[in-house]
Design a protein around this ligand. Structure first.
Ligand code: B16
Ligand code: MG
Length: 206
């Protein structure tokens, strides 16, 4: 491993709980209850695609303009909820593992679908560990398309085959495979497959 490419939500921090609360509020305003089990379908998925899934669950149709407004409403609320996000919410072992890789000379990139990723890294005070950041602002094709990880490897100046991706979503694992990277699944619930290695959290790698 010359390069390590990390997904954000579910690997470094659990932002999924805030995504869920913000989507649930939007659903309530639209007149339906959005279940936590349905929220599983939104993990690793882009903001717009997440909204489409939510509307499908609620049986609601909306114009593109209305969808833009709804996505903004949800994101404004989500960002508000992240106002007090800090280091204490880093998942177990995340910072120590980043430190370990740095000390071993491994290059580090972020490969996330989130457009809020740079702000989240700043709040967690871990931006300094990253040699490259690929997020929802810089990719056009969602996982399982390999774009996010190919770009990450390219920004690190490495061959994808020399990079290992750390992912908590099945679409992300497939994206890593499609990119030709190695892949470690961060799999709390034991539901992921097709990875090279499985851990519950990054602490297991220390
Ligand atoms: P945003 P990841 C993903 O992060 C989340 O898992 C997913 O639930 C979210 O919809 C997506 O980011 C977009 O996030 O609305 O902040 O742009 O797992 O790819 O780090
Ligand atoms: Mg994730």
């Amino acid at each position: 491993m010359k390069g390590a490419i990390f997904d954000l939500d579910g690997v470094i921090v659990d932002t999924a709980k805030y995504h869920y609360l913000a989507w649930k509020e939007l659903a309530a305003r639209l007149g339906f209850f959005f279940k936590e089990s349905d929220n599983e379908r939104l993990k690793g998925v882009s903001r717009m695609r997440s909204l489409e899934i939510l509307l499908e669950v609620g049986g609601i149709t909306a114009s593109d303009e209305e969808k833009e407004a709804m996505a903004k409403e949800k994101n404004d609320r989500y960002v508000e909820m992240l106002a007090s996000l800090n280091k204490s919410e880093l998942l177990e072992g995340a910072e120590d593992y980043l430190k370990k890789l740095k000390s071993e000379g491994v290059l580090i990139a972020l490969g996330s679908a989130s457009k809020n990723a740079p702000m989240i890294l700043d709040k967690l005070e871990i931006t300094e560990y990253f040699d490259a950041i690929v997020d929802g602002n810089s990719v056009s094709k969602a996982k399982p398309d390999p774009e996010v990880f190919l770009k990450g490897a390219e920004m690190l100046g490495l061959d994808p085959a020399d990079c290992v991706v750390f992912e908590d979503s099945q679409a992300g694992i497939e994206a890593a495979r499609n990119a030709g990277c190695g892949v470690v699944a961060v799999d709390i619930n034991g539901v992921l497959f097709d990875a090279d290695k499985y851990v519950k959290c990054l602490k297991d790698l220390l």
